[in-house]
Design a protein around this ligand. Structure first.
Ligand code: NAI
Ligand code: 15L
Length: 274
């Protein structure tokens, strides 16, 4: 793990989704950026290790609980919620009501900076032969992707209306390894994610910035020209996984995993029969 924080730590940073895959990684990695890290999830988390941690179970769909959760923090890294395609009603509470509760609480408590864990599934129906930037049309590939598109629009509105700044990170695939051919293009290492969060927390005047969260992979579908002010400089590359990935059987040329940026998400559902 590499961190190079040279900023004055924030007094108190909130991390939602702290019991999840990325949340567990970020629990240690965000510590240099704050004096106290408030960790929250709907699921149980390990108890606070010391006075630099606060642990608070909270359901994002509960407006009053989120209001209490946000009181007293200086910035929010919002990673909580449904993280894959699910029936609309599940996505609605955790992600759509959830993001509203986060911004309303931020407004009420004077929080001025949010880092939003958005997703490549906001643009998942674009084909893999296209290169996209932050101004490209959204083409959500799922109810999940729609909820992240809505979250980005919520971020834009709360900046225009209330001056709350957000960096929406359209995370590609952030796992220990790139697991398939698509992820050779979408992979984001944990170190590069940490750097993106650091830049997103401490760069002044971000307004609402959309940045694609990918490492310095050999092939990319994403151009971060409109997020240049973040000075994000990824250090890792998925090339280290290429041989292992290419030893897997080649999917058919018309497999969604080979055609669409969002891969298999484009083919999920319907969840209801006629
Ligand atoms: P995860 O599913 O492991 O973690 C999400 C966490 O949110 C879970 O611990 C879950 O208990 C919590 N959560 C779900 N519903 C909740 C609710 N109603 N109230 C409070 N907490 C709730 O997902 P992961 O991989 O750690 O992703 C974290 C965030 O990053 C998610 O928002 C996901 O959409 C986003 N993201 C992740 C990517 C990745 O490659 N890991 C790619 C793109 C986006
Ligand atoms: C996401 O948005 C998901 O949260 C994650 O689990 C992966 O599916 C990732 O996108 C991806 O596209 O690989």
């Amino acid at each position: 793990m590499t961190t190079s924080s040279s900023h004055t730590p924030l007094p108190r940073l909130l991390l939602t989704g702290a019991a999840g895959g990325l949340g567990k990684e970020l629990r240690q990695r965000l510590k240099p950026f704050c004096e106290v890290l408030r960790l929250s999830d709907i699921a149980e988390m390990a108890p606070a290790a010391d006075a630099s941690e606060e642990v608070q179970v909270c359901d994002l769909s509960d407006k009053q609980a989120v209001d209490k959760l946000v009181a007293g923090v200086d910035a929010i890294a919002h990673f909580g919620g449904v993280s894959v395609e699910r029936p609309f009603e599940e996505v609605l509470g955790a992600n759509i009501s959830g993001i509203f509760h986060i911004y309303e609480a931020a407004r009420r408590h004077g929080v001025k900076r949010v880092i939003f864990a958005s997703s490549n599934h906001v643009i998942g129906f674009h084909k893999q032969d296209e290169v996209l930037d932050a101004h490209s049309a959204k083409r959500p590939d799922s109810y999940y992707g729609l909820s992240k598109a809505y979250g980005e629009d919520m971020a834009s509105f709360y900046f225009d209306r209330y001056g709350i700044e957000t960096v929406s990170i359209r995370i590609g695939s952030s796992f220990p390894e790139a697991q398939n051919r698509r992820m050779l293009c979408t992979w984001l290492s944990f170190d590069d994610l940490t750097q993106l969060i650091e830049r997103s927390l401490f760069t002044p005047n971000v307004g609402h910035t959309i940045v694609y969260g990918a490492s310095a992979n050999k092939v990319t579908w994403w151009d971060n020209r409109f997020a240049a002010h973040l000075n994000y400089q990824p250090k890792d590359s998925s090339e280290q996984f290429r041989a292992k990935v290419e030893a897997q059987p080649m999917p058919a040329a018309d497999d969604p995993a080979m055609v669409y940026q969002g891969g298999a998400f484009v083919a999920s559902g319907p969840f209801e029969s006629n």
